[in-house]
Design a protein around this ligand. Structure first.
Ligand SMILES: Nc1ncnc2c1ncn2[C@@H]1O[C@H](COP(=O)(O)OP(=O)(O)OP(=O)(O)O)[C@@H](O)[C@H]1O
Ligand SMILES: [Mg+2]
Length: 284
């Protein structure tokens, strides 16, 4: 068992109050008040989103298991980003339900409450603090987490430093900690933002086109990074880069969205062989 994993297990359960002092590894598959007794962390049921009569999501049903890494693919306009907007409370469904675990009705929560409950989202464009160093960005992300005791003007505990170091290695930016984030490459900024997300220990992570604009080498390293995160969080990744999706999907489920609903679902191999999927997306 890896050290990180052993660490995770020790800190599962309600550690809210102690968190700031004791620190924890970056994994948080399941914790704090989230009821996942039926094995899923996210349930979308018959979700419809209408924009002036146009259905961006059309009776979409989908669920994500605890610890799963789910890839979502599909043509432009299929509703992938809209689905993430519904999950994060940015867009309200016209009908249908979205639940985080068994009991948290996302349609009744604000965007802030949803983030606080443990759903973290990374948008396509990186939004790091360019003037601050890589280390400071991670530190700021940790201090924005309200489970951490206020330490804005105090120095970091060794546990907190340890956690930042762990994340730095994971996002391939160790050795770069004193560089201003504004000087990083596009890919490195994306990794830093993933690191900032991880500092807040989300249980469910949503990544919308994480490798868009990255070099081939950066894309390959991002696939490695996600493969390292597998099982430590529940993760939903939207991507158009099929080489990347193949790398991270492995034998897991891939969902194909089309016109606001699920067109196909299965292993990458299965969806790649699916006639309609080839017709509307892969064969283009
Ligand atoms: N706020 C909005 N108002 C009106 N139409 C919208 C709005 N947001 C999205 N749409 C429409 O809903 C559809 C789904 O858009 P969405 O951005 O979810 O697609 P996507 O699958 O993420 O596509 P892409 O792969 O290009 O990112 C599109 O036709 C889009 O134009
Ligand atoms: Mg999109």
């Amino acid at each position: 068992m890896s050290k990180a994993l052993a660490h995770d297990q020790r800190y599962q359960g309600d550690q809210r109050d102690e968190y700031g002092d004791q620190g924890a590894s970056y994994g948080r598959v399941k914790g704090d008040g989230l009821d996942t007794t039926h094995g899923a962390i996210l349930y979308l049921e018959e979700v419809t989103v209408s924009f002036d009569g146009f259905k961006a999501l059309n009776n979409l049903s989908l669920d994500i298991s605890v610890g799963e890494l789910r890839c979502i693919i599909g043509p432009n306009g299929a509703g992938k980003t809209t689905m993430m907007d519904v999950i994060t409370g940015k867009t309200r469904p016209s009908s249908g339900t979205a639940f985080f675990g068994q009991t948290m009705d996302l349609s009744k929560m604000t965007e802030y409450e949803i983030a606080d409950a443990g759903i973290g989202r990374k948008f396509q464009r990186p939004t790091v603090f360019e003037q601050h160093t890589v280390f400071e960005n991670l530190e700021l992300a940790m201090k924005m987490d309200k489970r951490v005791k206020p330490t804005l003007f105090s120095s970091l505990s060794s546990e907190q430093k340890g956690k930042i170091d762990e994340i730095l290695k994971l996002i391939r930016l160790n050795g770069q900690e004193i560089r201003p984030a504004g000087l990083l490459s596009h890919g490195q900024k994306q990794w830093l933002e993933i690191g900032m997300l991880l500092m807040q220990e989300p249980q469910l992570i949503l990544l919308d086109e994480p490798v868009a604009g990255m070099s081939d080498a950066e894309t390959a390293r991002t696939a490695e990074l996600l493969n390292e995160l597998r099982g430590k969080h529940s993760i939903m990744v939207v991507e158009h880069d099929m080489g990347f999706v193949t790398e991270i999907a492995q034998q897991g489920k891939v969902t194909v969205l089309h016109e606001g609903s699920v067109l196909a679902q299965g292993t990458m191999q299965q969806v790649q062989a699916h006639e309609r999927v080839i017709e509307v997306y892969l064969g283009r």
